[in-house]
Design a protein around this ligand. Structure first.
Ligand code: PAF
Length: 280
């Protein structure tokens, strides 16, 4: 088996890409990997000749009061995990090379970034879209893989690829969950044991929404009310938003019509947990 190659500069990554014959599957990450990331890599390996993963904690997608400095990092552990799923290349650029002095070009996506996470985290999606566009240009993938857990990010990246005619396919992979249903996330490590226990309520609330929908409930406000009541039973949970939208432009629905995205953000202390399901 040829072992994984770690690359740190843009020039070297582009050179390695030029030497590859078949399609490249690309998984952009911010590191501190978990099983959800490995699922993306496995799909990339299965559907392409080469799998490239980037690890870059992108400073421009964090707000001034957010967790950029304390975002968890463990490169040796990440490399071992990536090696275990036969990743071909891992790209670990430095912020100084991605954003050199004078860098001043941004990718702004319209209305779909003004809602939900975009409203809660101004500038977040501009930061995500800009770095993802740069990484696509550097890595040159045929397919790029994103987790459904960040549903709005998936919609935003798909829109960017479509609107800017980028020559690749965006593949969305289902959320990987812990045994109690909590969606895997690098930020779960911030939770105290008690917060972690109570955090299972996010998926319980989403499952409740699915159940209500299946039973015929179509009033979004009634679904939200019941989800709210369930989450509020957990004393440490603070609901930031519960939203029911369409899956294309993420406009709030009064009457639920499938496919609809039920998404929520619940805070435990300073940790924001995000999750969603699609009502089919
Ligand atoms: O989902 C993430 O980890 C990040 O937003 C991404 C896509 C790697 C861009 O920095």
């Amino acid at each position: 088996m040829v072992s994984m190659k770690a690359i740190e500069t843009i020039a070297e990554m582009k050179q390695a890409r030029r030497a590859l014959a078949g399609p490249v599957g690309f998984v952009p990450t911010m590191g501190y990997l978990h099983e959800g990331h490995l699922e993306l890599v496995k799909r990339a390996k299965k559907e392409n000749t080469t799998a490239v993963v980037s690890i870059f904690v992108n400073p421009i997608q964090f707000g001034p009061k957010e967790d950029f400095q304390k975002y968890p990092r463990d490169i040796p552990r990440d490399l071992a995990m990536l090696e275990s799923v036969n990743t071909d290349f891992v790209f670990l650029p430095q912020a100084a090379e991605i954003y050199p002095p004078g860098f001043d070009t941004w990718v702004e996506i319209g209305k779909v970034t003004e809602r939900l996470e975009g409203a809660a985290r101004p500038g977040h999606f501009r930061g995500v879209a800009t770095v993802v566009a740069k990484l696509f240009n550097i890595v040159g993938p045929a397919r790029a893989y994103f987790g459904q857990k960040d549903a709005q990010q998936c919609v935003v990246i798909k829109k960017m690829v479509k609107d800017l005619n980028m020559p690749l396919e965006v593949v969305i992979v289902p959320t990987v969950r812990e045994a109690d249903g909590l969606a895997m996330s690098s930020r779960n490590v911030y939770l105290t044991p008690e917060e972690r226990r109570q955090a299972a309520v996010l998926y319980q609330a989403l499952t409740l929404a699915q159940g209500l929908y299946v039973q015929g409930e179509r009033e979004a406000s009634r679904i939200r009310q019941q989800m709210t009541a369930l989450i509020q039973k957990q004393p440490l949970a603070r609901i930031e938003y519960i939203s029911i939208t369409d899956t294309e432009i993420l406009e709030e629905l009064a009457i639920v019509k499938a496919p609809a995205l039920v998404s929520l953000v619940v805070r435990f202390g300073t940790t924001r947990l995000l999750d969603n399901v699609v009502l089919e």
